[in-house]
Structures are given as C-alpha cells and as structure tokens.
Design a protein around this ligand. Structure first.
Ligand code: CP
Length: 307
C-alpha cells in the first residue's frame, strides 16, 4: 500500500492501523532527509498549501510550515487575529476565498470541535486537522506514538499513561485512539474532575493515584492543565494539583524502573513536570518536536499523491 485510505487527515478515528504504519515508514525516510546537509526534496513542487490558524500555536504551526518547505511546496499563512474573520466572515467563506487562489491543501487549527470535518464536507481541497478544540490533534498523536516506538520499541503491548487534564485535551483523545489502534494498553490519571465519564468506553483504564499509575506504565505522556478552556475550577489550586499530580525527580527515582516521559508542549515547568525532569534524559520532548516535522512531511506527501 502506498497511499492513505482517506482523502483527508481529520482525526485518528478516521484512519486505519495500516495508514498509521504507512505514515511511520514514510516519516522514517523523511527523517533521514531532514538530517542530511541538503534537507529539501522536490516532492511537493507545484502544490500550494494554506496554513489556517484560528487559534494560537507554536510547535504545530512552525512544524507544518517547515515540513512544507522541506517538501518544496508553495505556502500561504493565515492567522485569524489579523484577518477579516473579525469583520464577521464565515469559516466557509474565508476558506472559499483562499481556495479561489488555487490552493490544493489546507492545514487548519480551529477552536471549534468538528471544524475540520465541517470544512472537508464543504470545501474541495485536502484538509489536515492541526487541532480542533478539545476534539482531535491527529499529527500530535502520530508523532507521539512514533517517538514512543523509536525510543521504546514496538507499541503493541506497551503500557502508556496519559496524565493530567484529560477532559480538555484533544491530544489525549487522539493519543488514546492511535495507541489503541497500535495495540498499546492505555491508562489515564488525573483529578477525577478532569477525567471525562465516557473515557472507559474508549477501552482505557482510569487511575486517580499518581504513584500507582506511574508504577504501572512504561511511558507517561504528561499533559498541560488547560486553564484557558476551564470556565469553572476543577481543582482547588495549582499548588494542590502539583502536590498530587506533579511529576518530579524524586518520584521518578523512587520507581523500580526507568519510564520514558513525553510532553506535547507547551510545558508549564513546575506544574505538570519539574524543570529538571523536562531536561532529563528520560524526557524525549525534543525528539517529539524533531519527529513532528518528519511525521507532517509524511502526511502531506501521502495526501498529495491523490491531487
Ligand atoms: N503541541 C502543540 O499542539 O503545541 P502548539 O499549541 O504550540 O502547536
């Protein structure tokens, strides 16, 4: 198989295990390319990509942009803060106007869950979801799983803990879907108020005690507390959260094994993890960032095959 089963990357829900493995194999080839002195290939010459960011981003935006440049695509960038969206234009009208400029693919981050699916139904272009509200962030899950496989071996049978604010996290949902498709065991841990009731129906374990959860896992993916998505208080204070769920060196050194630590960023040092843990060799956070470019090159390249 040399192409993806669908026309878009809207979420991990819509792709197969074979799609994921194809993306990983393609990313491995591109990882070699981006570590060469000449980091560019002509694969997407004459393909035009619009990066539409209706919500803030550092890693995802720069990573997609770099991936597109490494593939020699023509790119245009849009950010809602400096656009006519603030003058009342709808999402479909905004994107139709951009597509009239002969755009082949759209990478979109949007605060509304389902925005990428909506766009795919209304717009004639390949859509890649770069994060839609608390729904999905598929390329983050792909780069996380790829990084786990690179550092710890085959995903099947691995015990992966997702720790923190599960309720507001598209990264958690996409990670659960991706890891389960690849055969991992998944557990979530955090304050009960930040764990959605439906989560067990996704086939994951729930554990409220941090030490029990850390002793169970091979890998922990630590998530940021998304205060910007919280309209009410879900725990008494950040200090109390840190005392119960913050990962520090002392806790990790007290385990009877060395676990691998991921974080999708942005990190709040001293909240979900301490600075020394973030900078330790157990943390593969910068590997995730490097792999993000290769994974996004792979997704763009594979979807462009059908243009
Ligand atoms: N991991 C992630 O999505 O980071 P950004 O919000 O900076 O893109």
């Amino acid at each position: 198989m040399s192409s993806l089963s669908g026309d878009h990357l809207l979420g991990i829900k819509q792709i197969t295990e074979a799609d994921i493995n194809l993306i990983f194999d393609t990313a491995t080839s591109f990882k070699k390319v981006i570590n060469r002195p000449i980091k560019k290939v002509p694969s997407l010459r004459d393909t035009t990509i619009a990066n539409l960011f209706f919500e803030n981003s550092t890693r995802t935006k720069l990573s997609f942009e770099l991936a597109e440049k490494r593939l020699s695509a023509d790119i245009i960038n849009f950010s809602s803060s400096s656009s006519s969206v603030s003058k009342g234009e709808t999402l479909v009208d905004t994107v139709k106007n951009i597509l009239a400029m002969k755009v082949d693919m759209v990478v979109m981050r949007h605060p509304n869950p389902g925005a990428a699916v909506f766009l795919a139904k209304n717009i004639k272009a390949k859509i890649i979801n770069a994060g839609d509200g608390a729904h999905e962030h598929p390329t983050q899950a792909l780069l996380d799983a790829y990084t786990i496989r690179e550092n710890c071996g085959d995903i099947a049978g691995k015990k992966v803990l997702i720790l923190g604010d599960i309720l507001h996290s598209r990264v958690a949902i996409s990670n659960i879907l991706c890891l389960k498709k690849l055969g991992a065991e998944v557990m979530v841990c955090g304050p009960a108020t930040l764990i959605p009731r439906y989560i067990e129906s996704m086939g994951v374990k729930v554990e409220l005690d941090l030490l029990t959860a850390l002793n169970w896992c091979d890998v922990v993916n630590t998530l940021r507390i998304q205060l910007e998505r919280q309209s009410i208080k879900y725990f008494p204070s950040i200090r109390e959260y840190v005392m119960q769920y913050g990962v520090n060196k002392e806790i990790l050194d007290g385990l009877d094994k060395e676990i691998t630590l991921l974080h999708p960023g942005p990190i709040n040092r001293g909240v979900e993890i301490t600075g020394d843990v973030a900078d330790s060799k157990q943390a593969v956070i910068l590997d995730q960032v490097e792999n993000g470019v290769a994974i996004r090159m792979a997704v763009l390249y594979l979807l462009a095959q059908e243009i």
